[in-house]
Write a protein that binds this ligand. Sequence first.
Ligand SMILES: [Cu+2]
Length: 352
Amino acid sequence: MKSLKTLVIAAALSLGAVGAAHAQLPAEAPTAAAPANPAAAAAASDAAAPATTPAEASAPAGDATYVPMKPTQGVGQPVDAGVDFQPQVTPIGDQAYWFNHVILLPIITIISLLVLGLLLWVIFRYRAKANPVPSKTTHNTFIEIIWTAIPVLILALVAVPSIRLLAAQYEPPSKDALTIKVTGYQWYWGYAYPDQGIGEYVSKMLTKEQAEAAGEPHQLAVDNRMVVPVGRQVKLIVTGADVIHSFAVPAFWTKMDAVPGRANEVTFTANKVGVYYGQCSELCGVDHGYMPIAVEVLPVDRWEAWVRSKGGNPSGEEAAAPAAAAAPAPAAVTTTEAAPAAAPAAAPAATN
Ligand SMILES: [Cu+2]
């Protein structure tokens, strides 16, 4: 009797399992097809290079088509014999560039020329031969007021855009800013996207041969870049794991110290697609010069494809919601979403 009851329960369970599997199939098929084997899909698209246009256009194929972008010569990297700042691609960078070139440089140039002119005039006009009996004047109230008031006015004039720029750099991030945790190590960088469910991955400098093969500048090119969407504010939480490092990208006008035990915050909004390089900017040990930074700014859809290729969820909230609901729920639906997410997550981890 007991065995009959067990048999009935077993039959019911197996029927239920078959039913669940059937229910899962239609939901799983379209989503799992693309991300389940990104390597194979990438290989297929590589092989069929001329015929990739329709594949690139379709959104799901994007999951597997992330290919690191080639940098543009002279953009986001130093140039030979360059003296100016790198072309700026963030609003803060534009503001700072304007402040330097329209306000500071002209003032500095005029003051330098004025002082040089006065110096030359004094040297020639009042030299011992031309002026054998020097004046004994020690005070001139009018001149003293002038040479105090004019510098004060100049400093007050400079202070206005300067303080405005400083305040803009430390404005709190907007609510929909993309959060990236940046950790400086001796001697490489680690990036994590907590809201997208991308755990920390490591970014290391390419060797000279690897950089040349990739068509990138040596000592700036890295194996795994930080990838951000164009036009969206990015909030960096910067910290150090061992000693003080500094995360700096000149084209973004962004620099923030990475201090162990402290979470420093800095934001930037890159408004131009491209690859932008930076370097650790705090002397941090023997390989300080060999921990470059590479940030790739992509159109939103391609950034989302990159997130999926890393096993993350681009929309953020959805990634968090099922994960929180997964524990108590029966998980018939959530497993279909977790499966494609888990597969690509394993792939990059293996290649690293
Ligand atoms: Cu460093």
